[in-house]
Design a protein around this ligand. Sequence first.
Ligand code: SAM
Length: 243
Amino acid sequence: MDTLATIWDAFIHVVDPWRFMSISFRHIPATIRGLIHEKDYGALLSFARFEEALFGTFWATIGPNVKLNAEQRVIPLLEGRIKDGVVHDEVVSTPVYGTVLEVGAGSGMYADVFARFREGADSAHDNESLRHRKTTGGHITKMYGVEPNPISAKALGQRVKDLGMDDIYHVVPVGIESVDDPSAWNGKIEPGSVDCIVSILCLCSIPEPEKNIKLLYNLLKPGGRWYAYEHVKALSTSSGHTF
Ligand SMILES: C[S@@+](CC[C@H](N)C(=O)[O-])C[C@H]1O[C@@H](n2cnc3c(N)ncnc32)[C@H](O)[C@@H]1O
């Protein structure tokens, strides 16, 4: 990278967090209005709960713009059209299948893509982007959307319903660290029970990533797959990778 590009890269990395914070601050009034409308006055008095509500409101407007850029790689990734970081027109890898867990599912930005993979999905979708899917992978039979933010989880539930996926899609309204704890939510995800994990721009939000990535990994069946589109950096260390 030449010097100018390095300076530009450093500039963007310094400016971007401030730009995002200023956009976030501008969502404060809408967050307060939303909480008053929901009569959730407790969240107005708790910093942690207000912060959570602010993020939910912020992502509802910012998420679709982020998706515009991300989907160019996320959709091919889920469709099995990415290999070694390169997007192909044809299926070159295994598309998502079986029991799928999306961690940090947000408001279900990609639920429409998952809906195309369920058994009996409208075959009209197979023509273009899902070419040859039937020869390479199965269908999604069950989904878990793990999303602890109550505003996003509510939107996720509605989106899944609108897509007619609520028979196979379970919204798990807790953090990934509690998915195997029946006292935290109305269910339990057993270790070794998941075929595919999907993580899209969420590891930056998840606490204790090293511990929770291990926990997620343990949910996979042997030979299971993890579809990751992330923007945290993996650094090589003498003992392996740290995120
Ligand atoms: C940047 S958003 C991305 C949302 C979604 N993947 C998308 O692309 O639209 C990160 C998400 O991770 C969720 N999150 C935060 N802590 C989490 C945790 N402990 N376990 C699972 N998800 C978490 C947030 O609530 C948020 O919805």
